[in-house]
Design a protein around this ligand. Sequence first.
Ligand code: GLN
Length: 471
Amino acid sequence: MPRYKNLTTVQEDLSNGLITCEHLVEYYVDRINATKDLNVYIEVFEEEALAQAKALDAKYQNDPASVGKLFGMVISIKDVLCYAGHSVTAGAKILEGFKSLFTATGIERLLAEDAIIIGRVNCDQFAMGSTNENSHYGPTKNGLNPEKIPGGSSGASAVSVQIDTCLVALGTDTGGSVRQPAAFCGILGFKPTYGRVSRYGLLAYGSSFDQIGVLANSIEDIALTLELMAGRDDFDSTSSSKEVPAYSKANFNKKAKIAYFPTAVEHRSLDADVRNQTLNLIKSLRADGHTVEGVDFDYLDYIIPAYYVLTTAEASSNLSRFDGIRYGYRSPNATNLEETYTMSRTEGFSTEVKRRIMLGTFVLSAGYYDAYYGKAQKVRRLISEKTAEIFKDYDFILMPTAPGPAWDIGAVNDDPVAMYLADIFTVQANMAGIPAISIPLGMSDGMPIGVQLMANKFEEGKLLAFSKEFV
Ligand code: GLN
């Protein structure tokens, strides 16, 4: 079986009779079994995926025109996305044994186009983290070097594509969780505009930030997957009713005007390879006739504090439903109602999740609300407005995806703030609700690094079309 990097070549081989969906699924299951040490999959839907593949092969045999647009696309899903009848745990003990009652709208739409879901992959608990170490199921390892983190929180989604166990992975991005692991694993990661893809069936972390994103090896696969998932959904009132253009057919046939922040790109604390390769890219874009200009943006320092105030506040509210009564795990050690609540939550959540619930409860509490939550909302508004101003003059903002390459597993375990600060470049897109992509840029210290491009709201077509210049 060749290593497929995009759906077009899979579909060519399917139509030439060189492969079948069944062979494809068997191949990916073999790959999953051969890479178990990396701890990528929490659950493999082997029998079901094989049955679905056989049914699709038969359908295709009967009438090649009857299959959907994603015929031959094998997908892994992050363990925060609901798939009816299947377990979903957000990487946490508290959801042990819980099965989804319905399917996330995004997944429903991919299944309707004949995508095959091969399994459920690991992630940081409740999508909180940048390393994938914060999972009840243990850390996922980077496929390029198992001593290194794959990034997070959609780290295993990234590795599942990196090591060829599926063609495309679904992740979620609240502050960079699709783009940063994509960069650390040497693949593409895309976060859409807030509201572009329904959040129905996505276990909420920060509801005003969360979006489902796509990880893949090709822009065309991201464009097609996004185009099919996007659009209004009555089950998510924040989903946009704006028409979904054919992202897979979008073109960008002119010279781009790109902004970058010299304060960020030239910062001394940046990894030297990240800095030099980003600056080299800027040079080569200029040589190709694009305009790339440094722009002042004085708000970078405020992004991380405001993000961690707002998302922890939203998380403390979202996670209050996990009380040991309604879903999943209930402590066997409790002897009365109050103990059931406290012990189930104490035993069911990780330290990091508890830290964030406490922080969120604190910033929302009477007496501190105005000083923290209220102020952070104002900062968010300011950052959105200043970002929108840049797009009046520029098509894109260019930024490294992360300040450096993947670090060693265990390196920042006891320093949460160091981990939070590493999100510095990805969080702006979530604060402003704009689309952003991470594209492989090069290597540093033997590990991949990425460059990030952001565009104005609902300009995913333009962003994806221009990104093709880089890959
Ligand atoms: N690392 C960030 C956080 O821990 C982003 C997580 C995400 O995007 N889900 O909040």
